[in-house]
Design a protein. Structure first.
Length: 520
C-alpha cells in the first residue's frame, strides 16, 4: 500500500467528510484528494520525474498536507526543511539532497534568496501561501494546474516517499530515507495504540510537520479518515482555545508545549475540554511535576511516544493505562519511555551488539518494518547505524523485567531542547571560528521549560575579553536560533582525556546531579 491510498479510499467512500481545517477554511476528503492530484500533475509539468527531490520550507498549512500526498502520487520525494534553520544550513540540505525545486512560504524567501545562487541543482522556485510576488519565484496559485486526474505513475511500496534530515554527531545533517512501507507500518503501529475508530477523531496539529512526529500524526489521522485542525505554529492560549472551541479529541504536544499551556492559561482547569480524550507527548524530556499537573488540568488520557526520524517516528509507547497505574502508586513508571510498539523488537546491547541482562545499561537497538531505508548518499553512516540488521539509536538505557525502557543518557552527545535535536559539534565548530576563542565544548543541561538547554564552556585566548552577549550575537549570524547557547561559562581549561577527547560527562555531571531522568 502507498501513502496516498487511504486518502483516495476516503475520498471515494466518505468524500464529504472534513479532512483539513485551518483559519476558517474546511476542505473535505474529495477536495484534498483532488488538490493532491493537481499537485502531482503540476510536478510532472515542471519536468520532475519519479525519484526527483523538492525542498519545502513552511510553517504548518493545508498546502503542506497536500504536498505530502501530491508528492506521494507523483513519486517525487519531498524534503521538508526546518524553517528555523539559517539560510546556509538550508543550503547544505538542498544541495545534499539534490533538490530540483524549492517551495517556500513568503517569510522565508528573503533568506533563501541570499543563498539561492549557490543551489547546485534547484532551478525552479515556488512561493506558497501568499499573493505577494517575488522575483524569480512562481506563485503557487499560478503553479498549481487544474488537472486533477489521477497520475498514472507506477510506484512500489518499498520505494522512498520522503526524506527528513537529522543531524549527526559530526554536525553534518543526514537525510533519512523513508519508504511508503515504513510510513504505513508505523502508522499502523501508532493507530493500534491510539485505539482509534474510522472518522471519529478531530486532531489538533500544532507541532511542526517538518518533524517526524507531527508528520506521522497528520498522515495517520488521514489514513483513519479523521479531521486535521491545523495551527501554523504554537501559542499556548490559541492551542487551548482550539482544543475547546473545535471539540478536539486528540493532539500531539511536546513537553515544552504542555508546560506553556499550564503556565500561560491560568483557567485551563475550568475550560470545557470534555471532547479531549488523549494527548500524546514525547520528543524531549518532561518533568514529572509537569506531567502530573498536565494529567490533572487537561483531564484526559496521556500517552508517551519515543522514537527517532530514522524509525519513521515511533518505537515505544507508555500507554494511558500505564500512566493511570503510575498515578495510582507506581510513580517510577513515569520515568520510563514505555515498551516497544507492536511489530517492533528492542534489545539493550553492549558495545559488541550483544544483548545485556535486564537492568543493565547499554545501547537501545531496534528492529522492525519502520526502520529507514538508510541515509541518503551516506553508505558508511548507513552501514554503521544499521549494522547487523538493527537500528543503533545512540541512546543508553536499561530494560526492566516487564519490558519497560528507562533511558539514562545519550551515547551520542545530542541535546534535545523543546523537541529540537541539537548537536554540540556543530555549535563548537562555530565557536572555534571566533578569533578570541581558544577552546570550547558544548553540553546539554536541565531546563524546566525546554527539557534541556545549550551550555557552552569557552576558553579565551590570552589577553582576550568576551562576554556571553557577544557569543550569542556571533552565533546568531551562523546558527538557527534554537542552537544558540543560552548559557556561557568561561573556564581556564576544557577537560580532556589522554587522546584529547573532551570529557563531556565531567562537564555535564554537576548540572545533572540528582536528576531522575536524563532524556525522554
Amino acid at each position: 500500500m502507498l501513502l496516498h491510498h487511504p486518502l483516495e479510499y476516503h475520498a471515494r467512500e466518505r468524500s464529504s467528510h472534513s479532512c483539513v481545517e485551518m483559519d476558517g477554511l474546511k476542505f473535505d476528503y474529495n477536495t484534498v484528494n483532488c488538490l493532491a492530484n493537481r499537485f502531482a500533475n503540476s510536478l510532472k509539468l515542471m519536468g520532475l520525474v519519479k525519484g526527483d527531490r523538492i525542498a519545502y520550507v513552511s510553517k504548518n498549512s493545508i498546502e503542506m498536507v497536500v504536498m505530502y500526498f501530491g508528492c506521494s502520487k507523483a513519486g517525487v520525494i519531498p524534503v521538508p526543511l526546518n524553517y528555523r534553520l539559517a539560510p546556509p544550513e538550508m543550503l547544505y540540505i538542498v544541495n545534499d539532497a539534490g533538490c530540483k525545486a524549492v517551495f517556500s512560504e513568503a517569510d522565508f524567501i528573503p533568506g533563501l534568496d541570499t543563498v539561492k545562487a549557490e543551489m547546485s541543482d534547484a532551478e525552479q522556485f515556488v512561493s506558497v501561501g501568499t499573493e505577494q510576488r517575488f522575483a524569480g519565484w512562481t506563485n503557487y496559485d499560478n503553479w498549481l494546474k487544474d488537472d486533477d486526474s489521477i497520475p498514472q505513475i507506477a510506484i512500489d511500496e518499498n520505494e522512498q516517499v520522503y526524506q527528513m534530515y537529522t543531524s549527526g554527531t559530526t554536525g553534518h545533517p543526514k537525510g533519512a530515507m523513508i519508504s511508503h512501507h515504513n510510513v504505513n507500518q508505523n502508522i499502523h503501529m501508532a493507530i493500534l495504540h491510539a485505539e482509534m475508530a474510522v472518522g471519529a477523531d478531530r486532531n489538533l496539529i500544532v507541532a511542526p510537520m517538518y518533524h517526524a512526529a507531527a508528520a506521522l500524526s497528520a498522515l495517520a489521522m488521514i489514513s483513519m479518515g479523521s479531521t486535521l485542525v491545523i495551527l501554523a505554529e504554537f501559542d499556548p492560549v490559541n492551542v487551548v482555545d482550539n482544543l475547546e472551541a473545535e471539540r478536539i479529541t486528540m493532539s500531539t504536544l511536546v513537553p515544552a508545549m504542555i508546560q506553556a499551556c499550564l503556565v500561560h492559561v491560568p483557567d485551563l482547569a475550568e475550560r470545557d475540554l470534555s471532547s479531549l480524550r488523549r494527548i500524546t507527548y514525547g520528543a524531549s524530556p518532561i518533568a514529572q511535576d509537569t506531567l502530573i499537573a498536565g494529567l490533572e488540568k487537561f483531564a484526559c488520557d496521556f500517552n508517551q511516544g519515543f522514537g527517532m526520524t530514522e524509525l519513521t517516528c515511533l518505537a515505544t509507547t507508555l500507554t494511558p493505562a500505564v500512566h493511570r497505574q503510575a498515578v495510582a502508586g507506581d510513580t517510577h513508571l513515569l520515568l520510563s519511555a514505555g515498551r516497544a510498539v507492536a511489530g517492533t523488537e528492542i534489545i539493550i546491547a553492549d558495545e559488541n551488539d550483544n544483548e545485556v541482562p535486564r537492568g543493565t545499561v547499554g545501547e537501545i537497538l531496534i528492529k522492525g518494518p519502520h526502520v529507514m531505508m538508510g541515509y541518503w548518499n551516506k553508505p558508511e553512516a548507513t552501514e554503521k547505524t544499521l549494522r547487523g540488521g538493527w537500528m543503533h539509536s545512540g541512546d543508553a538505557a536499561y530494560m526492566d523485567e516487564d519490558g519497560f525502557i528507562y533511558i539514562q543518557d545519550r551515547i551520542k552527545d545530542m541535546i534535545v531542547s523543546g523537541a529540537e535535536n541539537i548537536y554540540p559539534a556543530e555549535i563548537e565548530s562555530v565557536l572555534f571560528e571566533h578569533p578570541a576563542v581558544a577552546d570550547a565544548a558544548v553540553v546539554g543541561i536541565p531546563d524546566e521549560k525546554f527539557g534541556e538547554a545549550v551550555l557552552a564552556f569557552i576558553v579565551l585566548k590570552e589577553g582576550e575579553a568576551l562576554d556571553a552577549e557577544a557569543i550569542e550575537l556571533f552565533c546568531r549570524e551562523r546558527l538557527a536560533g534554537y542552537k544558540i547557547p543560552r548559557r556561557v561559562k568561561f573556564i581556564d581549561q576544557i577537560p580532556r582525556n589522554a587522546s584529547g577527547k573532551v570529557l563531556k560527562r565531567e562537564l555535564r555531571e554537576p548540572y545533572w546531579e540528582g536528576a531522575d531522568r536524563r532524556v525522554g
